[in-house]
Design a protein around this ligand. Structure first.
Ligand code: PLP
Length: 401
């Protein structure tokens, strides 16, 4: 197999995917970002500053935890949890924003913008902007503003402005369009913190690198807690940043199965889902080539998922390449399986996962049978479920008013 860890190439391609398909105005800004990042990523002072923020502000390392009751329930392989839900602000997203805000600072930018789906990236961005005293604007689909009202209020409390986007399905894809438009208009003083391994080069690489701390910690923790690397690592995939962060350090360790879990929504057959790697075709969206949900005319189609953070028609280009290379497998689980899994994990482990994360747990029903009791599975617990309580209550037919 090619050395997958050496990608992207200098043009930003992971095999056939990635690149930068953007207007001329953005080309210069992307090149500037690429150059600054190339310099800083080997700068000991910069690396020390990030390390210190990850320890003292984010609360790293996150624990690797043995899920005993879940393991007993399946009576198969040992199930361990990488607890990104314990990070400051409640998800893996903060790993990326603490890094990117330092890039913004190094570039002398005074204004921060970001898009958000479930609101977790909006919260993580508003948090680091508040900490550095920078003006911050968050774009969010109007549908998501409604279903994630708790996070919208958190973002406002942190001093950022929320812009509700009404176009299209009023979800993450539309928020991304608006954020790109703002960036083109205000390119001089504005830094755009993209929240997943998506968008034009160098973003997929930068966001992966800042999240790869998760996989690096897992390497050390698994050796010290069970004396081997995991036999499989399971992570949910929206844009794909939590999955890429935990997969990346293991790409060369081919005995470790990498399993990504997409949102099958109302079922892959229904067409109402958000699973481009399971049921999509390569195309271009938001500045990069990748698997994409589109109709026969190449138009991007509407998506559906119970979880706002996975409700996106595209996926990071590196995942598209890992799929084609056969290095990672991508399955999909539907909304009903996710809701069942949310309740099961909460009751068995006393850990309430985000609905995004519940996709990774729901995958256990599909894959546990492939592993024996002397093997080790690790689930990336990308975030906690507090933000989703209203959605869960509604699905269960319970009114909280
Ligand atoms: C945003 C989010 C996701 C999806 O984003 P990825 O880039 O695919 O990781 C998953 N889980 C949680 C908790 C999130 O907040």
């Amino acid at each position: 197999m090619d050395n997958l860890s050496n990608l992207p190439n200098p043009d930003g391609f992971f095999g056939n995917y990635g690149g930068k398909f953007v207007p001329e105005t953005l080309m210069y800004a992307l090149k500037e970002l690429d150059e600054i990042y190339a310099k800083l990523k080997n700068d000991p002072k910069f690396l020390k500053e990030i390390d210190q923020d990850l320890v003292q502000f984010v609360g790293r390392p996150s624990p690797l935890y043995f899920a005993k009751r879940l393991t007993d329930h399946y009576s198969g392989p040992q199930i361990w949890l990488k607890r990104e839900d314990l990070n400051h602000t409640g998800a893996h997203k903060i790993n990326n924003t603490v890094g990117q805000i330092l890039l913004a600072k190094a570039m002398g930018k005074k204004r921060i913008i970001a898009e958000t789906g479930a609101g977790q990236h909006g919260v993580a961005t508003a948090t680091v902007a508040a900490r550095l005293g920078l003006e911050c604007h968050i774009y969010m689909g109007a549908a998501d503003v409604k279903r994630q009202s708790l996070n919208v209020y958190r973002i406002k409390l942190l001093g950022a402005k929320v812009h509700a986007v009404d176009s299209g399905t009023a979800t993450l894809k539309d928020a991304l369009n608006e954020a790109m438009r703002d960036w083109v208009t205000n390119i001089e003083d504005t830094y755009y913190i993209i929240g997943s391994v998506t968008g034009p080069h160098p973003y997929p690489m930068i966001v992966r690198d800042f999240n790869a701390i998760v996989g690096r910690e897992l390497k050390e923790q698994s050796l010290s807690l069970f004396s081997q690397y995991p036999d499989a690592i399971i992570a949910c995939v929206g844009g794909g940043s939590n999955a890429m962060g935990i997969f990346y350090p293991f790409l060369q360790d081919e005995d470790v199965d990498l399993i990504g879990v997409e949102a099958a929504g109302r079922g892959l057959q229904s067409g109402e889902h958000a699973a481009p790697l399971n049921d999509g075709k390569p195309g271009i969206l938001h500045g990069a080539k990748s698997y994409l949900m589109q109709d026969t005319n190449g138009q991007v189609v509407d998506t559906h998922s119970i979880s706002a953070g996975l409700d996106y028609p595209g996926v990071g280009p590196e995942h598209s390449n890992l799929k084609d290379a056969g290095r990672a497998n991508y399955i999909a689980v539907d909304d009903d399986e996710v809701l069942t899994s949310f309740h099961q994990v909460t009751k068995l482990e006393g850990i309430m996962p985000a609905l995004e994360t519940a996709h990774a747990f729901a995958a256990l029903d599909h894959i546990v049978k492939n592993y024996s009791s002397n093997q080790y599975l690790v689930i990336n617990v990308s975030g906690r479920g507090d933000k989703d309580i209203n959605t869960v209550a509604t699905m269960d037919g319970i009114s909280l008013d």
